[in-house]
Design a protein around this ligand. Structure first.
Ligand code: ATP
Ligand code: MG
Length: 263
């Protein structure tokens, strides 16, 4: 097992009722877990808690997160620095927005690699190019000398994913990685994420509003509502036999074409 989340609760404000509560799930190596749920249900809070990057004074108020056999609450600053971006990395909704617009992608990618390794500049550059190539980015040398605003949304997202997989993380956390993209690009990137995780053996948690994406990619599915897990199980089981009303309504909103429902 790579990740064991037990009875997790997160509170944002002191003495307030926890924003999420009783969140429990397990993830094995190579497994993909999708988290779906209405806006504000706590999906982002779950993955930020795993990475210990909760904003607004948020803190884990109950429960445990065990990653690769280690209780994450015992890590100090140095422990987090060596874990984040290396063993666990994050893919954001808009990777371009996370990067600095006044520096080239190459400068930032090389810096990122050098922060997490002993590679010299040339080796770091070569590694970056290798990862961009893995993400089907044509002419990676050209990408390295570009600025984020010069790339399309899909290309920026591929750069973000390339960076996230640089050190072959054991766990990838993806918060709506395709929702800022048009449908065609979305489908391509979902396919690439699938290919990458299967190829590198990384486990992944993907937050998505798109049940089609969840169904295509994930082995397991969690449905959240108002800070709690209201449904969990093997993705196919949850989709074939939704018990919670929210899951049923999500499924009902997936377009049906012909007699086939596209989930
Ligand atoms: N920075 C913050 N400070 C205080 N409370 C917050 C903060 N971020 C989130 N919350 C609280 O946590 C709740 C859940 O937020 P979260 O971002 O986890 O939801 P979500 O499921 O990811 O929603 P969305 O689908 O809109 O991204 C919010 O409704 C809010 O009450
Ligand atoms: Mg969110």
């Amino acid at each position: 097992m790579i990740l064991d989340v037990k009875n997790l609760a997160v509170s944002y404000a002191k003495n307030d009722t926890p924003t999420i509560q009783g969140v429990t799930f397990e993830l094995d190596e190579r497994e993909i877990l999708a988290i779906v749920g209405e806006s504000g249900s706590g999906k982002t809070t779950v993955i930020r808690a795993i990475l210990n990057v909760l904003p607004g004074g948020g803190r884990v108020s109950e429960g445990k997160i065990i990653f690769d056999g280690r209780d994450l609450s015992t890590l100090d600053g140095e422990g987090w620095r060596s874990l984040r971006g290396k063993d666990i990395s994050m893919i954001f909704q808009d990777s371009g927005a996370m990067m600095n617009p006044v520096h080239t992608i190459g400068k930032q990618f090389v810096e990122y690699i050098q922060t997490h390794s002993d590679l010299d500049k040339q080796d770091a550059y070569n590694l970056a190019v290798e990862k961009l190539t893995m993400m089907n980015l044509p002419n990676p040398d050209n990408i390295m000398s570009s600025y984020t605003f010069e790339l399309s949304g899909g290309m920026r997202q591929r750069v973000g994913i390339a960076m996230a997989i640089t050190f072959q993380p054991k766990l990838l956390l993806a918060d709506e990685p395709t929702s800022a993209l048009d449908v065609t690009t979305q489908a391509q990137i979902v396919g690439e994420l699938m290919f990458i995780t299967r190829g590198t053996g990384a486990a992944m948690i993907i937050v998505t509003h798109n049940l089609g994406v969840a169904s295509y990619l994930s082995d397991k599915l969690i449905v959240m509502s108002q800070g709690k897990v209201v449904e969990a199980g093997a993705t196919d089981d949850v989709i074939k036999n939704p018990k919670h009303q929210y899951t049923q309504s999500l499924l009902a909103s997936v377009p049906e074409m012909g007699r086939r429902r596209y989930v």
